[in-house]
Every structure is written in structure tokens, then in C-alpha cells.
Design a protein around this ligand. Sequence first.
Ligand SMILES: [Zn+2]
Length: 289
Amino acid sequence: MAAAPPERSPLEVVQLPALSSNYIYLLRSGGSTAVVDPGDAGVVAAELQRRGWRLDAALITHHHADHTFGLGALKEEFPDLEVVGPRADAARIPLVATALGEGDEWSLGGVRFRTLEVPGHTRGHVAFWCPEARALFPGDTLFGLGCGMLFEGDAQTMWRSLCKLAALPPETLVYCAHEYTASNAAFAVGVNPSNEALAARKARVDAARAEGEPTVPSLLSEELETNPFLRAGADPELRAAAGVGGGAPDWAVLGGLRARKEGVRGRLVRTVLYPLVERLPAGVARMLA
Ligand SMILES: [Zn+2]
């Protein structure tokens, strides 16, 4: 079900399921190794040991604990570890030594990554894009058939971020940070029942998950065809489902869809629980996450 990477990619990507729904990625190029969003050090260390790899760098998309919690232990095991993260949020991410912003490049074993600032889920969220491997690591901004919750940004901000990702080459592989595609698919067909490509994708996703197979990475081209949050501006059916009139801007459609998807429980998490946890000292917040 997951899309296949190019046969002779300059970047090897190893996908590691972690925590309840996360994916952590090990990246290997030119004898160097990086990890993306290590929420769990144990999973990463075990795979490194199995492969006989040393860890050189950690790429962090945003400050949430399920993306950063393993950093401390990995830095202890690999004292030279270069922690790369968003400049806008460097103060909230422990150990960031290389802080990157929009358009900044970084390389692993000669393979270049470009930083895209994609706020919305959090204020300082970035995505890492590797054109040579046609790989995108969007963290919690873009998911299979979904997008991240608007914890620290409004719909307009998230829409601008999603449009930036939508403009990348359609053959880009989307290595998102959570296996949420099946539940996102259930929501998506409810708001976009006439989308045949979406219905067909939902059937493939459900079949893959029934076998315990990942649905990540996906191709950006299939997200552009089926993901209601990327298509918020394009489809009158989505506009109606979002409860937004014909004259409203596209970002308002995204806002309406997000509000409908999160429901009462999600709204409580976003507006009550999340601000409480964010106000706690970082160490305590990480233990609770
Ligand atoms: Zn997050």
C-alpha cells in the first residue's frame, strides 16, 4: 500500500514504528546516518545496533514530545550528535545546535535537504525536503488523507503551509510522522463522498491496515487527488461539508473541515488540555506526553 521509493535513491530511508502511532525515520547516505523526530530512543538505538550504524544527526520538525523525547538519551550515546531543528522554535527544543529557517539547506553524506517553514500545528514547525530522493518529511503538518491539529496556528496559517507542500513535485514521497491514514480516510469519505479516487484509496488503506501494513509513505500526487485538507479550495462538495459559503476564502474551508474533524473531544484537547501541558516545565510535560 505504501508508495515505493525510487530504485536507485541516494538516500536510504528506514521506517520505524514507535509509540502508539508514530513513525521515526533513519536516513542513510554516504556512510552517514540521521534520525527524523526520535520520540523513542530505544527503538532508534536498537535499529542502529542491528545495522551497525553510528548516529550523526537528528532532524526535528517540531517541539512535541512524541518527536523529541528520545533526543537526550541519543545525545548521551552519541555525544557528537548534531541536532537540527526549526530556528523559530529552537528555544523549545532541547539540544538544537543547527537552527534552520525557510530555504536553509543541510546535507547528509552529500545529499541535500531543504527546510520549509510550515507553521500551523505548532508555531515553529518545519518540513525537510530532499529533492534528490524525492522525499518529504512533513512531521505533523501533512498526513495520509489528513493534516495536523491546529494547536498553535489558525486555519489561514495552516492553509498557507499546506499550499507550500502541495506545490512540491507530485512524485514526492510523503514520509509523515503518524499512521493516521485509516481514521483520516473514514472522515474524508464522509465529507467528499463523490470522490472516486478517494473511495478507491480508502479500500486500499483499509486492506493494508487489516494486514498490519503501513500506508506511509504516500505519493504527494495521491494526496492532491484525495486528501480533503489539501483539496479544500478545489471542491464545492468540501466547501459545503465545511459549512462555508461560496465567497469565503479557501483557508476558511480548511478551518471548517478541521473543526468538523476534531469534534468536541478534540476541541477540549486543543483548547484546554494542550495549553495546560504547554505551560508545565518542559521535563514534566514530556513525561506526561
Ligand atoms: Zn505534533
